[in-house]
Design a protein around this ligand. Structure first.
Ligand SMILES: [Cu+2]
Length: 126
């Protein structure tokens, strides 16, 4: 009888320990996504200038729902084309402009279809 009690106490102790460990793991994974969302290293802006075949700033952070406007100061055409092929594809004529509004949080990498060296990133944050 006494041994049985000790064994069941031991099993109960193991179960409690496992419960504590699994709780710890749970909160760890919940915290993980918060890190990358805050980062990104972009400038908080919703205006991108194109001068001398360069997107400036190349990396920006915006709030979801905020329109992003590209203004082309070069005397020739560019595009702002999302690498995912669907989010946006703006034709920016000489001294023209275009706008894209991110409605979903995430990272939008883009490039110019005419000049492959021109690239940029928009990070949309909730
Ligand atoms: Cu271009």
């Amino acid at each position: 009888m006494k041994i049985k009690n000790v064994v069941s106490l031991f099993i109960a102790a193991i179960l409690v320990t496992l419960l504590i460990i699994s709780c710890g793991k749970g909160s760890g994974t919940t915290n993980a996504p918060a890190g990358p969302a805050g980062g990104g290293g972009g400038v908080v802006s919703n205006n991108i200038d194109i001068t001398n075949m360069t997107f400036t700033p190349a990396n920006i952070n915006v709030k979801v729902g905020t329109p992003v406007t590209w203004t082309n100061h070069d005397p020739f055409a560019h595009t702002a084309t999302a690498n995912d092929g669907t989010s946006f594809n703006l034709n920016l004529s000489a001294n023209g402009s275009g706008t894209f509004t991110p409605l979903t949080a995430g990272t939008y990498q883009y490039h110019c279809n005419i000049h492959s060296s021109m690239t940029g990133t928009i990070t949309a944050i909730n």
